[in-house]
Structures are given as structure tokens and as C-alpha cells.
Design a binder for this molecule. Sequence first.
Ligand code: F6R
Length: 261
Amino acid sequence: MEIIILPDAAEVGRVAGAKIASIVAGRPQAVIGLATGSSPQGIYAELARRVQAGSLSFAEARGFALDEYVGIPADHPESYASVIAREVVAPLGFDPSRVRVPDGRAADLAAAAKEYDGAIAEAGGIDVQILGIGSNGHIGFNEPTSSFASRTRIKTLAPKTRQDNARFFDSPDQVPTHCMTQGLGTILEARELVLVAQGAGKADAVAAAVEGPLSAFVPGSALQLHEHATVIVDEAAASGLRLSDYYRYTYDNRPDWQRFE
Ligand code: F6R
């Protein structure tokens, strides 16, 4: 795992954006796993800046969202279908027909979840999966005790997650209770993982995921099983890490072949 500690949230977005851009520049048809929420917004801003400058294009890329709420209409402004359309597809210039979000409104949710994993496989698998991390250690909406082998499926959102996401809704009780999320097993099949976290509220989760024991209780610790995972955090989110001096030394002395900015 590569751990990159940067001074602030703006740098996290810029550097993580540069990493995604380098992958898409090398493979314009790349399949990208798309997280929602606050954490990846700096990445999408950096990518949009490059698209506007004409140095990057997502016209041939494909996208698969990580998760979706169950129980709110697709046109609700906080459904992840709406968020992905507004914050990713439009600013990055994706072809909307090449971007999918789990169908949280399907009559048969279990069948829709299975079909979603099948569609990812049919697209050739995810080249790079963008991830945030919940304050309780979840990735996607794989809440604590999610199996490392789990596939895309329905999950009950933890009370802490509903509380954390209440800021996106008019009142806390409007936050859906259920979701459809890529499983940890699905996420681990992506060829590369890029997780970003900002702020002190993520410090415990980042430390547990990166340096703690491998445990379904901390779903983010699944990254330790992946051969190509990069964790990009600001100083505040890094504040619980014990080996931060080593991570800084490693990044400062990285060989040229490892540079993507
Ligand atoms: C979003 C997702 C979640 C978020 C996490 C952090 O698609 O899968 O794991 O990444 O809840 O949320 P923010 O970034 O809003 O702090």
C-alpha cells in the first residue's frame, strides 16, 4: 500500500486527480469506479479542470458508481444517480450511456445487484476504483462486519452513517435506511484502488484501515489485501498514523517511475 500525506484537502484532490488522470491518459477506455460524497469532490474538480483545458477526455471511458440509496426516487437530488450525473458525468464529459449506478429502485433488488456485478465483469472489470472512507471505517456502504468476500448487495446503513450523511438531506430522518453497494469482494477485484480522506473526523478510520489488523469490523482494512492500493490523505486525516514519518520519507524519495504528477 502506498500512503501519501499532503498538507491539505486541496492538495489531496489535486494529487489524487493527477493519479486518475494518468490512468485515463494511458487508457482512454478505462473503466472507473466512482465514489460519491464529499471526499472525491476535489478529484472530480481536478479532472474537470483538465477536461476543460483539453488535456484529458472521458468520452471513451466507462464508469460504475460504488453505491446507491434504496428507497428514494432516481430524480431525488441526493440519489447517487443524480449526484453522479451532476458531479461526475456532466463536468467530466462522460457519455451518460457509459456510466451506471446500482438500481436502488428495482422490483427485484437482489437480481439487480447480481446483474450489476455481471455488468462490471462484462465491461472488463474496473481499472481504478475511487474510494472515500466513512468515519466508522466503511468503504462503499460496506458497514462494519461486512464480509471481505461480499458482492454487490443490499445493506442496512449504520446509524453513524445515516447521521454523517444527514447533512445532505433536509432532516436526519430523510436519510434512507438501506442501500445497494458494491461488495468488498467486488471492490478488491478492481485493478487499482485510490482512497482519499480529509479532516480529523477520518483520522481513526484511516489509522485502523491502514495500520490496524485485517478485520471485517473495519471494512477499509480490506485495502491491505490489494496489491495496488494508494491512500491519499491530508495532515488531519493522517494524524492517527504511527508510521507517518516513513510514509513521508517514502513519498519524498519515490523513484521517477512511480511519479504520476
Ligand atoms: C460514497 C461511499 C462512501 C463514502 C464515505 C465517506 O459513494 O461509498 O463510502 O465515501 O461515506 O463519505 P464522505 O466522503 O461524504 O465523507
